[in-house]
Ligand binder design. Structure first.
Ligand SMILES: Cc1ncc(CO)c(N)n1
Length: 228
């Protein structure tokens, strides 16, 4: 048996990794900013800061997703992967329009926003993942991690008992809805399948990318504080 499949068994490598790095995973998915939305105490200027920075990030996410699509067509043995990534592309198109609409609702101009350092670093990392030397396995694991952190975070704000302000519900639904959850599960299945066949070296790279994403996501949420 190769890689971590012996250790992970049928549970999948992703679960093994989220358990292994549980503390960091929770810092990324239960950040004080998200908990403040959930608790209804969020500072609106923090929310606006997050929204503006995320628009910049999402635009940089487009070439990353395109690179995953390219890798899918070259390296995947399962033709259904392409449809999943292509669906993500369509959703991203919609997401960019949503950001523009949401920004105008909050009187934010998206033209003159300077990316903060944490955002710049994260975007640089995204760009490094578009390199053709980065394998499909590493790229799809990264894609899963990036999307799943948002999905888990924002779905917390929709749980029963949460006190999310009504004007932020649409944002939380964007990443917390069940369709997006399914989309993330598709990535997780593909990533686990790929990781099952991966070499030790590739596994190491994928786990490393996962960890770096957790760190970048925490840094990203921290920007909402305004002192990043
Ligand atoms: C920083 C960040 N991570 C993940 C997502 C999910 O698309 C996003 N929009 N922004």
């Amino acid at each position: 048996m190769k890689g971590e499949s012996a250790e992970g068994g049928d549970r999948g490598t992703i679960l093994t990794w989220t358990e292994r790095h549980r503390g960091m995973y929770e810092r990324a998915t239960r950040h004080p900013f998200i908990l403040s939305i959930r608790g209804g105490t969020v500072d609106i200027s923090s929310f606006k800061r997050w929204l503006s920075q995320d628009y910049i990030f999402v635009r940089k996410f487009v070439p990353f997703l395109a690179s995953v699509l390219l890798k899918t067509s070259k390296e995947s043995n399962d033709t259904s992967d392409m449809e999943i990534i292509l669906g993500g592309m369509a959703a991203l198109h919609d997401e960019i329009s949503w950001f523009k609409k949401e920004a105008s609702k909050w009187n934010i101009s998206l033209f003159d926003i300077a990316p903060q350092n944490a955002n710049k670093e994260y975007c640089r990392f995204l760009e490094s993942l578009t390199n053709s030397e980065v394998s499909y396995t590493v790229a799809i694991t990264a894609l899963w991690a990036i999307e799943a952190i948002y999905q888990e975070s924002f779905s917390l704000c929709l749980e029963e008992g949460s006190m999310t302000p009504s004007e932020l519900l649409e944002t939380c639904q964007r990443w917390g809805n069940t369709g997006f959850k399914e989309y993330c599960l598709s990535h997780k299945r593909i990533a686990n399948r790929q990781l099952e066949q991966a070499s030790e070296d590739e596994l190491k790279q994928a786990e490393e990318a996962f960890l770096r994403i957790l760190e970048y996501e925490v840094g990203f949420w921290n920007m909402s504080d305004g002192d990043a």
